[in-house]
Design a protein around this ligand. Structure first.
Ligand code: ZN
Length: 251
């Protein structure tokens, strides 16, 4: 009842320009966005995983070059997706406040199926959510999104190096990320006595290793492996650069 009366009030307001005050002001300040949404509403349906990835890449480029068009972020889009959602990509990302998927891919309501945990740790609840997106919502692209300078990764490296026993739920995160740290440590080149061209960066190495391990883990799961072979699902790994705003797809 409440919902219905709100809609009819908005419809009424849209017909009576004289009383629009605040609503018109909002519309004016977001003219660019509104025009973009008109385009997006007419945007062709996402064909496949490659098409989905292409849209994320172009959105990220707009974001990184300060040319965002705030796709699908209007009240009109909100009403449209209230009837049902058809997100075109699942994003498993970190909780870091500087890496919100909708912003960095310049997308909006109903576009992305987002799951975030510290260090994008993959556990049963996360896997179940990703499976839900694939099986119930028909999403053909899964993006594992790590990022530069990840705090969860840094904390786990510290725990491993100092042999700390971290308790509680944070300890669960540390234990989940430890295999990536240990694998990254093995990638450190042996001492040769010479100064390397690029110094080994354990945090960066672990961030990439963690992304690749999660992609491999998902790709090997019974639910997804067949779909990947059949070409109906793609799982990719990306690393977000905090300074440039660009996502580099590395796996
Ligand atoms: Zn992080």
């Amino acid at each position: 009842m409440v919902h219905g009366s709100k809609i009819s009030r908005r419809q009424f307001l849209s017909l009576s320009g004289a009383t629009l005050g605040g609503l018109v002001l909002t519309a004016c300040t977001r003219t660019t966005g509104s025009q973009a949404v008109e385009k997006v509403t007419a945007e062709p349906a996402v064909r496949d995983a490659n098409d989905a990835l292409q849209r994320l890449q172009s959105g990220n480029l707009r974001y990184a070059t300060n040319k965002t068009i705030d796709l699908n972020q209007t009240p009109r889009r909100r009403v449209e997706v209230a009837r049902g959602q058809h997100p075109f990509a699942t994003v498993l990302g970190c909780v870091d406040s500087r890496v919100p998927p909708e912003l960095i891919f310049d997308r909006g309501l109903g576009d992305l199926f987002v799951i975030r945990t510290a260090g994008q740790v993959l556990d049963q609840a996360v896997l179940g959510s990703i499976e839900f997106g694939f099986m119930e919502l028909g999403i053909h692209l899964i993006v594992v999104l790590g990022h530069e300078n990840c705090g969860a990764v840094k904390a786990t490296i510290e725990a491993v190096e100092k042999k700390l026993q971290v308790e509680g739920s944070v300890g669960y995160l540390v234990r989940s990320l430890t295999p990536a740290v240990e694998k990254a440590m093995q990638a450190e080149p042996a001492e040769t006595g010479e100064e390397p061209d690029v110094p080994f960066d354990l945090v960066a190495e672990t961030v990439d290793t963690n992304i690749r391990m999660i992609v491999d883990q998902l790709a090997a799961s019974a639910e997804f492996s067949e779909a990947i072979v059949a070409g109906t699902l793609r799982i990719v790994g990306g690393r977000y650069d905090l300074d440039t705003g660009l996502v580099e797809f590395i796996a």
